[in-house]
Design a binder for this molecule. Structure first.
Ligand code: ADP
Ligand code: MG
Length: 639
């Protein structure tokens, strides 16, 4: 019979498996058992949704782990859905999950000592970590013909007809002979195997049976000199269910530690990092349910892309009904992973129905409260951890503020962090608010990529001179988020690059307005020279040592304009800030302009243009006409 070839990547992965000197080989058992459990899940699900097609009682499902010392094999059997010939071809000839592909790449990068196999799980192929030959005998439910798949590794596999009494699957692993890489025979031992099942597969919901050796001190049937029954140690072998089967989320706090839950998370959700928090809910009332939720420490690589699919696993009394249920997870907390299990949810509920389910809405509202409370607790008690969390998921919280017309803005506002100019750390809006000195009426922010950069923006001068802190808005959505919030605790947000900073007293305002009035003619000239590049030219009341700056009128800031122009296509290109050139009329540069204005109109015009271009450059924006700017500056050299 001709051998079939594995798909290319599968072949590479197999090679790695076979040649691996990986020390955590023992995970092969977890992988094979989890496939058996999945297969039973599938058939069980069918027995509920199509009772006319599948007739198997729930209590009859089982997994068996057996070993044969003489043959050197371990066999994992299940009475799950089974495989047809086509299934075998399709499912056992390719790598099933992308985690395996990542694993392969990592290995090639030489990161072989990292516990990659343990972290990701590599599915069916992990059998080759310990075997030099794997045989799979399977019969799909309600089919007459059973099939046998055999492979001795990377050079391919064969499928042929075989005999099998009942439906389901046997995976027979022929262990390698012991060599310098390992003692594979250690797995041919009932205690060792039982420990492995307990360690990795304890929560599997189907019973895992094993013939386990027992040594009992029992009566032998003989009597001693005094006529008492004799006792002796006798070894017997018994069929035992070795896993506890109760899912971890169904257990009490006193039974399962947070550490155990975190381990469960890492295995189940394939994360390298421990989550920063475990939230356990045991709700009784309008809806009865248990939930175990995790707040991850790092964002999955695709978290901020369309590929990411949020949702919690939804169970009904321990039976999974949906893998990613969005309806129980508030979208602003879409980074949360975990499971929700409720006996009140019916098993064959359709997806459409689910969306309208009041029970789910209740669960979601409750989960939102719990997650918010937990994040608040971490924020208050462990700022370092929170900062790390915020680095990964802060952008998501800010999106959450903006989304749905700001519906969640109020709920989320105290979870936000912004870089402080003065404190050299990230602070909450409340911390900013609490530190505001007497007389400060607004919350100031500067949009720039860093504090160092923002400090170069002339407008920050006056605010800082007053002793007021400024929040750095380093990300595009910061301003959008704040525009959604509008104010915090009665204090308006104020862009330091905006028009009016509200810093002057009535008295001061009057003085500067009079001063500005006296410069009206020259400023008018500048405005005219700049044409429609600006909506106004003003005597600045915020500049101290610098000559010019650019500010804006209206709702669109320069940073927002930059953001909109970065979005390809569409109307957003046309969203422009209304630019205002602010001029420091106490600056020597202004004096020079004024002098030119009275002596040489053409020169004054050039100087006005340079002033504007300088302001644009300081604001970190590109000039429309770089060469023209340069020429003008050099012409000034010659004068
Ligand atoms: P995954 O479990 O992530 O899908 P695996 O590599 O572990 O990936 O398994 C590949 C596929 O082989 C499974 O998706 C399933 O279709 C099939 N399979 C493996 N073991 C069994 C089994 N015991 N019964 C039925 N199908 C199985
Ligand atoms: Mg699997």
């Amino acid at each position: 019979m001709a051998k079939k070839q594995f798909k290319a990547e599968s072949k590479q992965l197999l090679n790695l498996m076979i040649n691996s000197i990986y020390t955590h080989r023992e995970i092969f058992l977890r992988e094979i058992i989890s496939n058996a459990s999945d297969a039973i899940d599938k058939l069980h699900y069918k027995s509920i949704t199509e009772p006319e097609a599948v007739n198997v009682a729930r209590e009859d499902f089982r997994i068996d782990v057996a070993y044969d010392k003489d043959a050197g094999t371990i066999t994992v059997s299940d009475n799950g859905i089974g495989m047809t010939k086509e299934d075998m071809d399709a499912n056992l000839g390719v790598i099933a999950h992308s985690g395996s592909l990542d694993f392969k790449k990592e290995m090639e990068d030489g990161a072989a000592d990292v516990d990659i196999i343990g972290q990701f799980g590599v599915g069916f192929y992990s059998a080759f970590l310990v075997s030099d030959k794997v045989t799979v005998r399977s019969k799909a439910y309600n089919q007459d013909q059973a099939w046998e798949w055999t492979s001795e590794g990377a050079d391919g596999y064969t499928i042929r007809e075989c005999e099998k009494d009942s439906w389901g699957t046997d995976v027979i692993m022929h262990l390698r002979p012991d060599d310098e890489n390992g003692a594979y025979s250690e797995y041919l031992d009932s205690y060792r195997l039982r420990d492995l099942v307990k360690k990795y597969s304890d929560y599997v919901r189907w019973p895992i049976h094993m013939m386990v050796e027992h040594e009992d001190y029992v009566e032998t049937g003989e009597t001693d000199e005094e006529g008492k029954p004799k006792k002796d140690w006798v070894v017997s072998v018994r069929d035992e269910v070795v896993n506890s089967m109760v899912p971890i989320w169904q257990r009490g706090r006193d039974e399962v530690s947070d550490e155990d839950c975190k381990k469960f998370y890492m295995e189940k959700f394939r994360d390298w990092e421990e989550p920063i928090a475990v939230i356990r809910i045991n709700a009784e009332g309008a809806v009865n349910y248990r939930a175990m939720l995790f707040i991850p420490k790092v964002a999955p690589f695709n978290f901020y892309s369309r590929d990411f699919e949020p949702g919690l696993e939804l169970y009904s009394s321990g039976v999974m009904i949906m893998e990613k249920c969005k309806d129980v997870l508030p979208d602003c907390f879409r980074f949360v992973r975990g499971v929700v299990d409720s006996p009140d949810l019916s098993l064959n509920i359709s997806r459409e129905l689910l969306q309208h389910d009041r029970q789910l809405t209740t669960i979601r509202a409750n989960i939102e409260k719990k997650v918010k409370a937990e994040l608040t607790r971490i924020l208050e008690e462990d700022r370092d951890t929170y900062s790390e969390f915020f680095k990964a998921f802060g952008p998501q919280l800010k999106y959450g503020v903006i989304e749905d017309y700001g519906m969640k803005a109020d709920m989320l506002k105290d979870l936000l962090l912004f870089q402080s100019f003065e404190k050299d750390s990230q602070i909450t809006l409340k911390e900013y608010r609490d530190a505001m000195p007497e007389g400060q009426e607004r919350i100031y922010y500067a949009a720039a990529e860093s504090v160092a950069r923002a400090k170069q923006v002339p407008q920050t001068e006056q605010v800082r001179a007053k002793g007021y802190d400024i929040l750095l808005f380093g990300e595009d959505m910061d301003e959008f988020a704040i525009k959604t919030l509008r104010e915090y605790d009665g204090k308006e947000f104020c862009d330091v690059a905006g028009g009016d900073l509200g810093l002057e007293s009535e008295e001061e305002r009057k003085v500067s307005e009079e001063r500005a009035e006296s410069e009206k003619e020259v400023l008018g000239f500048v405005k005219e020279a700049l044409g429609d590049r600006v909506v106004d030219v003003r005597a600045s009341r915020k500049l101290k040592t610098h000559a010019v700056c650019l500010s804006t009128d209206g709702d669109v800031s320069l940073e927002m304009e930059k953001y909109f122009s970065s979005i390809p296509g569409g109307d957003s290109q046309n969203i422009k800030a209304k630019r205002v050139l602010e001029v420091n009329i106490d600056h020597p540069a202004y004096a020079a302009l004024k002098k030119a204005y009275s002596e040489d109109g053409e020169k004054a015009r050039e100087m006005a243009e340079i002033m504007y271009d300088q302001a644009v450059l300081i604001a970190g924006m590109p000039l429309d006409d770089m060469l023209g700017y340069s020429d003008r500056v050099f012409r000034l050299f010659g004068q």
